[in-house]
Design a protein around this ligand. Structure first.
Ligand code: HEC
Length: 327
């Protein structure tokens, strides 16, 4: 087969592949991965094109045989000329890019030194190299002006910007994917909108047992420092999601409320802390101290051997010491 034909087949294969990919791929994964049957289609196209090339050649040789001997001769000559000049442009451009002198003219550039018969040619630098070098000089000037004089963004700043951008995107994503929260990722929500939604969920579902104020009724007081099942957003979320101890009345809400709603109502519950509602239910459980809270904010005062006062963020809490723990 002729070289040009092989090059054409190769081009058809490559262009065909990228074309199909470009036309068919909509998301991030290539259409060839999503629709493997496409390989068969692609293979068929390439095979078909090879067949076309073979037909063209067969046709040419049949036509050649029908020519008279003189015409065959002139055809041969033309073909030989075309073959000799096939890559002429490339060869000449390549030679020009090298900028070297042909061997016959080397006498013009030979240097005077003669080291035991070893002579040196003063070849010009190849143009591709020289221009490449000029480009680097130009690059250096622009680079220096941009980053040293006009204070362009350097890598460290670029990194900061990328991180800031990513944070914004994460926030956006969280807004659209609120229901991805679970007990491990839930965070206290402080947004007024979230707390209001939490409030209406609380009043609709929880107030019957915990009172609208959270002061407690059938269920425990949710505004004090004492927690049966642990305070803090993660524990409260977990209690709402999984329910309280068996038989106590606090059911699991995860089939009723979406994760985002549980996060909202949990945050609302925590916002009730310290509101001192009227007619509160007596404290149940233990004083909850967030193990992640900054330690500076906690101050412990021993009142006497049975009473201890813990000041958490300027709020004094007094408890009895029982078996080394505060109750
Ligand atoms: C049927 C009554 C009832 C309803 C309705 C109810 N709870 Fe409870 N809740 C309880 C009881 C009882 C407990 C104590 C569970 C235990 O002791 O294990 C409790 C415990 C809790 C606790 C843990 C308190 C602690 O001290 O650890 C939280 C938080 C809580 N409920 C929030 C809610 C939220 C939010 C809702 C609404 C989505 C809700 N509850 C609805 C009865 C109820």
């Amino acid at each position: 087969m002729k070289t040009v034909a092989i090059i054409r087949i190769f081009l058809v294969a490559v262009i065909g592949y990228f074309f199909l990919n470009w036309v068919g791929t909509t998301g991030e994964t290539s259409i060839f991965i999503e629709e493997p049957w496409l390989w068969a289609f692609y293979g068929f196209i390439v095979l078909f094109y090879i067949a076309v090339e073979i037909c063209i050649q067969a046709l040419e040789s049949v036509l050649y045989r029908t020519l008279s001997p003189e015409n065959q001769k002139s055809y041969n000559e033309k073909a030989a000329f075309a073959k000799a000049n096939q890559f002429k442009w490339f060869k000449e451009t390549y030679k020009k890019l090298l900028g070297s002198k042909p061997i016959e003219e080397e006498g013009e550039i030979i240097l005077d030194h003669n080291y035991d018969g070893i002579r040196e040619l003063d070849n010009k630098l190849p143009p591709w190299w020289v221009y490449g070098f000029y480009v680097t000089i130009l690059f250096a000037i622009i680079y220096m002006a941009r980053f040293q004089i006009f204070g362009g963004v350097d890598q460290a700043e670029e990194y900061e910007l990328a991180v800031a951008q990513a944070k914004i995107e994460i926030e956006e994503y969280k807004k659209t994917a609120k229901d991805l929260v679970d007990v491990n990722t839930v965070e206290l929500l402080t947004d007024a909108g979230d707390l209001n939604t939490g409030k209406s969920i609380f009043e609709g579902n929880c107030a019957a047992c915990h009172k609208v104020s959270g002061a407690g009724g059938i269920g425990p007081n949710l505004t004090d420092d004492h927690w049966i099942l642990g305070g803090g957003i993660k524990n409260v979320f977990n209690t709402i999601s999984e329910g309280g101890r068996a038989g106590k009345g606090m059911i699991s809400w995860k089939s009723e409320l979406k994760p985002s709603e549980m996060a909202q109502v949990a945050s609302y519950v925590l916002s009730l802390h310290g509101t001192n509602p009227a007619d509160p239910k007596e404290p149940e459980g233990e004083i909850w101290m967030d193990p992640l809270a900054p330690v500076e904010e906690v101050e412990v005062k021993v009142i006497d051997s049975t009473k201890i006062q813990v000041i958490i963020e300027d709020q004094p809490v007094t408890g009895d010491v029982v078996n080394d723990s505060i109750q």
